[in-house]
Design a protein around this ligand. Structure first.
Ligand SMILES: NC(=O)C1=CN([C@@H]2O[C@H](COP(=O)(O)OP(=O)(O)OC[C@H]3O[C@@H](n4cnc5c(N)ncnc54)[C@H](O)[C@@H]3O)[C@@H](O)[C@H]2O)[C@H](O)CC1
Ligand SMILES: [K+]
Length: 469
């Protein structure tokens, strides 16, 4: 899996401990963290007067290092604290600071504000007086930087434990944390930069969704080796038609639409098979089907449940979307094939899995394990979870995606990528990335059909160097 590592507070502590176990002193890591952060602040802020707020723990220690290093560059820096420094490394960093230390309650504002109050060690909301002081100093500054995390957010789920200010830049130390990618905390910072401080994150199972590497069809490819997608339509044919078009433009070699009603206006390349005809059963039993999609426009009730049951009996790799997800409540997860992608939005997620506790990352993970399928929890930032523990979180997608039919487009795209790759997690990651990139290319106020039209360019942009078009 590519993409920046995302570590929880406990995983971060374990990774730090591994680094210390190699013989690197704890304080050296704080010096590294402070040096990378100071360099970033210097690049943006230059010589402008700077106030560094230092808390009692190691986040505050980072602040003292930053203050000292900025001062050596000639920056007029002041430090203000909440009181004593409580960790050995923070005390050492404080000892090396030879400038004045103000009380945060009565310090004057500055042009640049550096928030090194609390990081991953925050256990509860900071008290109202301190939170409001932080907001007023941030409000008076021209630019604000958060060290590791905005003070007052919950590291592991991105919740706001008190009301933090907004930041121009958040400098994540060592790795991203869930609060850097999950709303509302992730929305507090205009820019989030991850600073390498020597922590080994190679085994991280949770990552930011990175750009995929795609391949053009092989020279000897034909429509079946490219991937045959069968889309099962239902009561509302328009949704299935969108999904089928999306699958066709998403890289599938052949798209069949199995439908109770003929659908007009579809590209001729999409082959319709009326499902009351004798050969419709053959259409789904065809061993060449590389991915089956059911859900868009399926409808509800007993007939829909029966349709899902019948479609899944063939064991083809499958994408289950929309109404088919609700049908799964009746059928249970045992019906799912070994390779499956489920694409619930929050409402469908709750309806399908009921009350699952924990952070959104943990909930998506539990859902994937319970259903033994890859789950895409759709949202402004989608979470893609695999039963083996891998999780990818997408960057925020265009808010113009909040229009009718875009869910059908994503489902069709998932089916295409599943047919092409045969790997549900990879397919889901590719689909979410391409969907987000196509939305960016489609610009403002697009409709779902235009999103589909933007898919070929999104795919072309990710083709590996050796791929020919
Ligand atoms: N990631 C790394 O490898 C490195 C991280 N560094 C920095 O260290 C912090 C984590 O430090 P830690 O000491 O564990 O926690 P904090 O500084 O965030 O704060 C703990 C401190 O605050 C007290 N506290 C907790 N909650 C509250 C509250 N609501 N109100 C008041 N006080 C509170 C708690 O009792 C502790 O005293 C990480 O984010 C990085 O910035 C290293 O410097 C470099 C390596
Ligand atoms: K902070």
């Amino acid at each position: 899996m590519t993409g920046a590592a995302i570590l929880s507070a406990a995983e971060m502590r374990a990774a730090e401990a591994e680094l210390f176990a190699t013989g690197i002193p704890e304080y050296d890591v704080m010096e590294r963290a402070g040096a990378v952060a100071a360099a970033l602040i210097w690049r943006v802020g230059g010589l402008r007067d700077t106030l560094v707020l230092c808390g009692p723990g190691n986040n505050g220690g980072d602040g003292f290092v930053i203050a000292r290093l900025l001062r050596t560059q000639g920056v007029p820096v002041r430090v203000a604290t909440t009181g004593d420094s409580r960790t050995p490394s923070a005390r050492q960093a404080r000892m090396l600071w030879d400038g004045p230390v103000d009380d945060i309650g009565d310090t004057a504002p500055a042009t640049l504000l550096v928030d090194a109050l609390f990081g991953t060690g925050l256990t509860r909301g900071i008290d109202d007086a301190l939170a409001s002081r932080l907001r007023s100093l941030a409000g008076a500054a021209r630019k604000c930087f958060a060290i590791d995390l905005p003070s007052g957010v919950s590291t592991d789920d991105g919740a706001l434990l008190s009301v933090p200010p907004h930041y121009d830049m958040c400098i994540a130390l060592g790795a991203l944390k869930p609060a850097h990618v999950l709303a509302p905390a992730a929305d507090l910072s205009r820019q989030i930069v991850c600073a390498d401080i020597g922590i080994d994150t190679s085994s991280a199972m949770t990552r930011l969704l990175g750009p995929p590497i795609l391949h053009a069809p092989a020279r000897d490819a034909h429509k079946y080796t490219r991937g045959l997608v069968a889309v099962v339509a239902g009561d509302m044919p328009g949704a299935a038609a969108l999904a089928a078009c999306s699958a066709a433009h998403g890289g599938a070699g052949y798209v069949r639409l199995v439908t109770p009603h003929p659908i007009s206006g579809l590209p001729h390349a999409i082959i319709q098979i009326a499902d009351h005809e004798p050969d419709s059963r053959n259409a789904l039993s065809d061993a060449r089907i590389a991915a089956l999609l059911i859900g868009p426009g399926l409808g509800r009730g007993a007939a829909a449940v029966a349709r899902v049951r019948a479609a899944l009996t063939h064991g083809h790799p499958a994408v289950i979307d929309a109404d088919a997800l609700l049908a799964l409540r009746e059928t249970g997860f045992d019906l799912l094939p070994g390779k499956a992608i489920l694409t619930p939005h929050m409402g469908e997620f709750d309806a399908l899995y009921g009350q699952v506790s924990g952070t959104w990352l943990a909930r998506a993970q539990e859902a994937a394990q319970r259903s033994k399928a890859v789950v895409i929890l759709k949202g402004a930032r989608s979470i893609i979870a695999a039963p083996d523990g891998r999780i990818a979180v997408s960057s925020p997608a265009s808010s113009w995606l909040s229009t009718a039919g875009t869910g059908d487009v994503l489902a069709g795209l998932c089916a295409a990528r599943l047919a092409v790759t045969g790997d549900p997690f990879r397919a889901a990651c590719e689909a979410v990335w391409l969907d987000g990139d196509a939305a960016r290319r489609a610009g403002a106020a697009f409709v779902a059909d235009q999103l589909i039209a933007a898919l070929p360019a999104a795919i072309a942009a990710r083709l590996s160097k050796g791929s020919s078009c």
